[in-house]
Design a binder for this molecule. Sequence first.
Ligand code: CDP
Ligand code: CDP
Length: 219
Amino acid sequence: APTPRIIAVDGPAASGKGTLARRLARHFGFAYLDTGLLYRAVGLRLLRAGQDPADEAAAIAAAGTVTPAELGDPALRSEATGQAASAVARIPGVRQALLDLQHRFAVAPADEKGRPTPGAVIDGRDIGTVICPGADVKLFVNASLETRAKRRHKELLDRGEAIIYARVLEDMERRDQQDRNRSVAPMAKAPDAFEIDTTKLDADGAFAAALTFIGSRLD
Ligand code: CDP
Ligand code: CDP
């Protein structure tokens, strides 16, 4: 079989990377993996078991048994789960335990019905740098902290999670810091990634910018 094409999409929380990644996957007929959900699944397991997300042994054990089947749980989207995800994501053994699943998806991407696809769109923090350093296309989606906090605040209110804007802003800043400064696979723009700033760009605008960049690289 021909080598699947890989589009890596990285960026901070609520930058619009998921919206863009999903749209690109639909456009190219590629499978999509939101790797943030893997870390969220580990964080949620610990929260539900009443364990501390900084408990390395518990987090590594949970990471070893995460399956794609549990990634549809709506509780994964909560702000508390996001914080727990960022805490477990600092633990090297957790990242190690989630490598295999991500690599298998990149080597043999398949849609929700298990049908092979000619490529994959994978989003996260370290896809272009660590998970798929040889990706055909690397995008880094960014936006100002205030814009991202406003977007996330609206999403949480729409989901019925009562939370004030100042709290979302503070949590997001803390999570950004933690993700940028951790020792293993920190969030970073790969040198060969194309940066898309969505502060003043809607989903259509971001998609158009990505397609223009991708045009010359994928056929
Ligand atoms: O949706 P949002 O951007 O808020 O977060 P997410 O992409 O679901 O990721 C949740 C957390 O998982 C992040 O804050 C990171 O700490 C971690 N993560 C990671 O370390 N590496 C990835 N490839 C994806 C997520
Ligand atoms: O995946 P990530 O956490 O980076 O962000 P997302 O879930 O794609 O987008 C977060 C929110 O921002 C969603 O409510 C999107 O509709 C919105 N958004 C936006 O306002 N402008 C964009 N260019 C992209 C997303």
